[in-house]
Design a protein around this ligand. Structure first.
Ligand SMILES: [Zn+2]
Length: 485
């Protein structure tokens, strides 16, 4: 806003105060609703402030994250590290005095081989040389034969372009399709990284199927990420029974340039495969409510990660925020009326079956779920929450916004869809669902890459996020009246 606009607003505001409503200028915040006043007695408000301040001085979450990423390491579903992480998180929550159970989630182990790609024929090629392409296999990938495949690359910029190209004989059939759709970095810089991701990631998720329909022999996607460090970003893609990979954005640009001049042929080896069926678990840990133990508030993140990095921002951070919520409540000797349920979800990355098994196994108690929170967008500075709930519920929560205002995390924006993946089945059944809303200015730079490591998490920002999870989780579990549904 320019200063000229500001002074115009001041002129508009002034006459209002002459009508005996000095406090009701255009700047006045909406009055707290009666429902909020009833739901948040003075003692609860002071406990929320104590929790917030304790979180801002607590390094429990960071220490847990350092262990999960450093000692345990990458946690792809079905791996020994994922199993160890399940046992570790369960033990730590038991140490805090929670009732812990492991609920089975069948998974398939993801086993990456040595992914390679190189251009073997292209316009202007220096005889006797090839060009290396930085590639990573996608989950859901079908492996290439042992010796790889060699084929011409067909570059497309959209599903529509693929379809129209596919109508021409041999323009797509027998080729490696490259979806060269850039991640919108301007949107990300403007705080809309999630939207930018959503627009590009459909080519990662469905590109293989679309390419296979046109007879392609493999499908590649330009990495879906917000920065170019020649890093490939892996992720889930629906298995189309052809190999599927992601290449670095710089290499997608290179191939597009060369292909505009003539034929480009690539040799591709993606030996990744899926191991046998294995058993993994959601970690479910209850801090029993003092008055309504049957009513549940979920605080959560997902424990599985991709194999390339160590799963710090995606999503060790969310798990340790939920763990710290329990640690803070216990350390401050608080006794919420409703049960706080810490969940470390399994298998979010490769089909999100952990949430589906939870929804099925707990179908009869869904009505007793007062609310569910998940953080799965890293640990950058939090702005507040995205929430799928009704307006009456939103109005009840203004005292929580007040408690989080000192750290700038007081926004509560209603959204039409579940704000996070693992709580989606609950959100669809009418359980109020909240996702921590981080700035995500750098999240997608590292997301699903080898650079998703502990150093990307700023300790002070992780503490702010833990404060958000603890304050909102405790508020929802101890409000005098449950959240409106
Ligand atoms: Zn995630």
């Amino acid at each position: 806003m320019t200063s000229r606009h500001l002074s115009l607003l001041l002129l508009v505001a002034a006459p209002l105060s002459t009508h005996g409503q000095a406090s009701k200028s255009v700047y006045a915040l909406p009055q707290e609703s009666e429902a909020a006043t009833r739901a948040f007695p003075a003692q609860l408000r002071s406990e929320l402030a104590k929790l917030r301040d304790a979180a801002l001085g607590d390094d429990y979450a960071y220490k847990q994250l350092a262990h999960l990423t450093g000692s345990v390491g990458p946690r792809p579903e079905g791996s020994p590290q994922a199993d160890a992480a399940v046992r570790y998180v369960a033990d730590e929550l038991r140490k805090l005095g929670l009732e812990v159970r492991l609920e089975p989630v069948p998974v398939q182990r993801f086993v990456r081989g040595n992914d390679t790609a190189e251009l073997v024929e292209y316009p202007g090629q220096v005889p006797g040389t090839t060009q290396k392409i930085v590639v990573t296999a996608l989950g859901g990938n079908s492996p290439t034969p042992e010796l790889g495949i060699t084929a011409e690359v067909a570059v497309v910029n959209s599903f529509d372009e693929l379809k129209s190209l596919g109508k021409e004989k041999e323009k797509v059939a027998g080729k490696i399709v490259l979806f060269n759709v850039p991640f919108d970095k301007r949107k990300a810089a403007d705080g809309q990284a999630g939207a930018a991701y959503g627009e590009a990631v459909k080519y990662r998720g469905s590109g293989g199927v679309a390419a296979a329909e046109q007879g392609a022999v493999a499908s590649l996607v330009r990495s879906v990420g917000g920065a170019e460090y020649r890093l490939p970003h892996t992720g889930w893609s629906t298995d189309a029974h052809i190999p599927a990979g992601a290449i670095a954005a710089e290499d997608a640009d290179l191939i597009a340039l060369l292909a505009s001049q003539g034929a480009v042929r690539m040799h591709l080896t993606l030996p990744t495969h899926h191991g046998p069926d294995a058993q993994s678990y959601n970690v479910i840990a209850d801090l029993k409510g003092s008055e309504h133990p049957e009513q549940v508030v979920i605080v959560s993140g997902h424990l599985d990660s991709w194999d390339l990095g160590t799963g710090a921002i995606d999503d060790g951070a969310g798990v340790v925020m939920a763990m710290e919520t329990a640690e803070l409540i216990q350390r401050l000797h608080l006794h919420p009326k409703r049960t706080i349920r810490v969940i470390a979800w399994m298998n979010e990355e490769q089909g999100a079956t952990g949430r589906d098994f939870y929804a099925k196994d707990h179908a009869s108690e869904v009505a007793n779920h007062a609310a569910a929170i998940e953080s799965d967008a890293g640990a950058e500075h939090p702005l507040g929450f995205h929430a799928k709930m009704n307006e009456a519920a939103q109005k009840q929560l203004s005292p929580v916004q007040d408690a989080l205002r000192p750290i700038g995390a007081n926004l509560l924006q209603l959204v039409a869809q579940s704000p996070q993946t693992d709580i989606e089945p609950l959100a669809e059944k009418g359980v109020p669902a909240l996702g921590i809303w981080q700035t995500t200015l750098t999240y997608f730079n590292y997301h699903h890459t080898a650079a998703d490591t502990l150093d990307k998490v700023v300790p002070a920002e992780l503490r702010e996020n833990a404060a958000c999870m603890a304050v909102m989780g405790y508020a929802l579990a101890d409000m005098a009246e449950p959240l409106e549904k």
